[in-house]
Design a protein around this ligand. Structure first.
Ligand code: ADP
Length: 319
């Protein structure tokens, strides 16, 4: 293998730049030429492909977002789109591809592998929802952003003796809500992995009130319902007025934490090694603090496992 390429696809996540840097530098270290594909699979179809040298990934390790930009591209889900992408790769002499993104992006990578161009997936998403890896790039940064917000909200919640609902991202996974709730000392955490118990929430709020606890923080994962919908339910069933904070896209931005930068560096480098070994259709991940690789089909067929012992712990610590 002499020439590889890297692209970022799907939702952006802090740490993607550190992963791009790792792919480029690791590739060049081993004598490969590394190309950057701009705008995800859209750029692949259009041939928006340019050489990346050592300097082109300088000063990006600390930046959020993605220097290669990201896009969602419906055309790449079709055979025609994928063949156009392959044609561009052949034209540029690209023999392998690193795809940094979520499981949707992995499907594109799998399609390329099946059509003869080995592609490797690097998990980049704040949702931490990719089966087969304990962590994804961006999760830790998003988590710290949420914690910072909760700490600030707590100040006003305490001063005004109010109940706050904080809606956090995570798509169908509750990891961000769960970790943020535990680290932020939330009284209640509502996640998709636990059958939603409104009675439970109401009972906890009421007993807290009776004990004289006038403020409380409820974290709700977007995958369950919106913060505003939960506020309405609580008002109807517990007659408690709440304030809602929807954190939104601030969770996707910002300078990556040290942990995300390290993870991204390890993942990006391993992805290059896999391509150099002549393999494709694999994803890199972290299991029990070890970098691993596994078949992408495992990522499609498995389901991400949220650590529910943390959920139980958060309940025990917020009595
Ligand atoms: P994420 O990678 O964050 O899960 P998406 O699900 O939006 O984000 O996927 C990103 C892109 O990956 C899509 O816009 C599309 O270009 C490509 N993609 C998704 N699913 C497939 C598929 N089944 N086959 C080929 N490409 C796909």
């Amino acid at each position: 293998m002499k020439k590889i390429a890297v692209l970022t696809s799907g939702g952006d996540a802090p740490g993607m730049n550190a992963a791009i840097r790792a792919v480029v530098r690791k590739g060049i270290y081993h004598g490969l030429e590394v190309m950057g594909v701009y705008n995800g699979y859209q750029g692949l179809i259009e041939g928006n492909i340019h050489k990346l040298d050592l300097g082109s990934v300088g000063d990006i390790i600390q930046r959020g977002g993605t220097r290669l930009y990201s896009a969602r591209c419906l055309e790449f889900m079709t055979e025609e789109g994928q063949l156009k992408g392959i044609e561009q790769m052949k034209k540029h002499g690209i023999e392998g591809l690193v795809v940094i993104g979520g499981d949707g992006s992995y499907r594109g990578a799998m399609a390329l592998t099946k059509r003869g161009i080995p592609a490797v997936g690097v998990p980049g998403t704040i949702d931490n929802d990719i089966p087969g890896t304990d962590y994804t790039i961006g999760f830790d940064t998003a988590l710290n952003t949420v914690i910072e917000a909760i700490d600030k909200i707590r100040d006003t919640a305490t001063s005004h003796e109010r109940t706050f609902i904080v809606e956090v991202m995570g798509r169908d996974a509750g990891d961000l809500a769960l970790w943020a709730g535990l680290a932020g000392g939330a009284e209640t955490i509502v996640i998709p992995e636990d059958p939603y118990q409104l009675d439970d929430i109401v009972a906890r709020l009421k007993s807290g009130h009776e004990r004289g606890k006038k403020h409380s923080i409820i974290i709700v994962a977007e995958g369950v319902m919106s913060g505003n919908a939960l506020a309405k339910l609580i008002e109807q069933h517990a007659n408690i007025e709440t304030r809602v904070s929807v954190l939104g896209h601030i969770q996707r931005g910002g300078s990556p934490t040290a942990r995300d930068r390290v993870l991204a560096s390890q993942f990006g480098a391993r992805a290059v090694e896999i391509l150099m070994e002549g393999q494709g259709g694999l994803a890199v991940g972290m299991r029990n603090h070890q970098v691993v690789d596994y078949s992408m089909t495992e990522a499609f067929q498995g389901s991400h496992k949220t650590d529910l012992s943390m959920y139980q712990l958060s309940k025990e610590l917020s009595i």
